[in-house]
Design a protein around this ligand. Structure first.
Ligand SMILES: [Zn+2]
Length: 89
């Protein structure tokens, strides 16, 4: 009888450990997916602007803006902006 109780107790403990492990794993996975979603490209819908000097595409928020002849131009760096300004004086 004691033997059966020991086996049952072992099985119950094993089941509880397994259940807790699964719960923790699922919770962690859920958190991982959440983190992954947040850390993905910050603004996927952001418009990409072409640098007319070097031809690079830059997200609008990171681009350097220059208004020239009623049009807005976007540059990847100060260097490109200055090159453009020199070319269009
Ligand atoms: Zn550039």
């Amino acid at each position: 009888m004691i033997f059966i109780i020991r086996i049952l107790r072992f099985l119950i403990i094993a089941a509880v450990v397994y259940f807790l492990f699964r719960l923790l794993w699922k919770g962690d996975l859920f958190g991982f997916l959440k983190r992954k979603k947040r850390s993905g490209s910050p603004k996927p819908l952001e418009e990409m602007k072409k640098d007319p000097v070097c031809g690079t595409y830059i997200p609008e928020s990171q681009a350097l803006k220059l208004n020239w002849k009623k049009e807005t131009y976007f540059f990847c760096s100060e260097e490109c902006k200055q090159k453009f300004q020199k070319l269009h004086k």
